[in-house]
Design a protein around this ligand. Structure first.
Ligand SMILES: N[C@@H](CCC(=O)N[C@@H](CS)C(=O)NCC(=O)O)C(=O)O
Length: 208
């Protein structure tokens, strides 16, 4: 498999964690978002949405949309599971994950923030605002105790949370109201999958 990825992309980070967690071998092709490589005509053929990640699974098929890629990986490599078999617990975990994937990430994406800046908005204030709102909701949706967001097993929720917290640190979000989330982040970052997937351990990463 080939993962089209950018070291600092939170959506790529999600997929990298899942691939490492499930022990799926892959090669990384770096798409430099800072240079606008995602908008090149070559890359548009790979992902018409002009974003990362994209996962080429064979000569004919390339998957796009990080949450869809995670769902594919879960079906093809069910162990270790990112979602439990209990439908209610699974839905609760997916809802927390989607606070990040659907409520925070899309409005804070590079192209959206660039457009906001071109309209005169303060891009950093904009991003911090959405992160605060989303992380507050996330913290209320998860279990109050446990090593990770939902108990002692890593789930899809943690796989979305930790990359988002990477961004929160990057943009200076005050994380003091999110102590439980920071504890979960620390626990996740101690695992092999998160270590390997971390932005600083990717090809072409820079000193942040
Ligand atoms: N919904 C898509 C979003 C993909 C996406 O846009 N990723 C960001 C990086 S985290 C990106 O490539 N942005 C490029 C841009 O905004 O120009 C997914 O989850 O895969």
């Amino acid at each position: 498999m080939i993962l089209y990825s950018y070291w600092r992309s939170t959506t790529s980070y999600r997929v990298r964690v899942a691939l490492h967690l499930k022990g799926v071998p892959f090669t990384t092709r770096s798409i430099n978002l800072a240079d606008g490589e995602q908008c090149s005509s070559n890359y548009e053929k790979i992902n018409p949405s002009m974003g990362v990640p994209a996962l080429q699974i064979n000569d004919d098929v390339t998957l796009t949309q990080s949450m869809t890629i995670l769902s594919y990986l879960e079906q093809v490599h069910p162990v270790p599971a990112m979602l439990p078999s209990d439908p209610i617990k699974s839905a609760l975990i997916a809802a927390a994950a989607n606070v990040i994937a659907c409520d925070i990430h899309p409005v804070n994406n590079l192209k959206v923030v660039s457009r906001m800046k071109s309209l005169g908005a303060d891009g950093i204030e904009w991003m911090i605002d959405w992160m605060n709102q989303g992380l507050m909701a996330y913290q209320k949706l998860i279990e109050p105790k446990g090593r990770y967001s939902f108990g002692d097993d890593l789930t899809l929720a943690d796989i979305c949370l930790v990359p988002q917290l990477y961004n929160a640190h990057r943009w200076g979000v005050d994380l003091s109201p999110f102590k439980r989330l920071v504890e979960i982040e620390q626990a996740c970052l101690m695992t092999d999958a998160f270590q390997k997937a971390h932005p600083n351990n990717q090809p072409n990463s820079e000193t942040p």
